[in-house]
Design a protein around this ligand. Sequence first.
Ligand code: ZN
Length: 307
Amino acid sequence: MTRARKTQWFTALAMTLAAGWMFKIFLFDFSPLPPTSTYPLDLDRLRSLAGDRDLPLRVNSVRIADGAFPEYVVVAGGNRTPVPMAWQTFQVVYADKTVIIDPAQDRARHQAFKFAGAYHDEGWDSMQTALARASLILVTAEHWDHLAGVTASANVELLLPHLLLNEKQLENTTLLEEAGLDAGMRAKVQSLAYEGAHAVAPGMVLLPAPGHTQGSQMIYVRLQDAEELLFVGDVVWSTLNLERRAGHSRLVANLSGEDRERMADQTRALVDLGEHAERGRVHLLIAHDGALTDELIAAGIVGDKLE
Ligand SMILES: [Zn+2]
């Protein structure tokens, strides 16, 4: 090989490596949040819609299953370290009724999932008892891991009339079919069309958050003792997204069918919520961050048993 040819060859190799490196950064590493958010997370409005009468008394949570995603799946720029993921169900308790948020999946669906870890049958059993008593069942996203607690339940026919899906969730028939909610079942659930923030019960306000899925929503809850909680669902998968100010990578977002820009805008709003001293009183609950829920349980803000 002549000297000139060698130089040519090395230049081509260097350019290929550089292009590969840039492609890797583009696909895996780069998913910054915008400097400011346009997402309307208006606490004053949420508080006024929540009202101050007949507020819920407490919130409980139970762990249904565990697993782990590689860090690079959870957050752009992440490494291969496993990040624990949890599947949990929440219960909002009123003086005269209860509401369930995110009835998580059954054992069979969980074990078929690539990133599955332990499954907690006692969690499933207590969720089923709580579901049977619930006057209302809500989901933050129309995915199987938020719905199969109903669709795979032995009581499914009794539960369906209490399941309230928003219009965008109900229109997402591909995901609903995956979750086991067929057309016959869809005809038996409650449907809600709303725009902007919507009070679904005293002290409980739905907030559309399309991005992770078209029907994704956050749920703001104000308790009688003035504690405030915001169920953010899958807008972020971990507090890592908030700490590092980064969303899912382009690759993960594309494979999951997510609108990464909208999620980045929503995530920015959550970061800002945490940073503002007075607003920081609102406790975030992330659907798949079990450690965050455990902190709230240890602090006495969330109970660890369903009623
Ligand atoms: Zn989820």
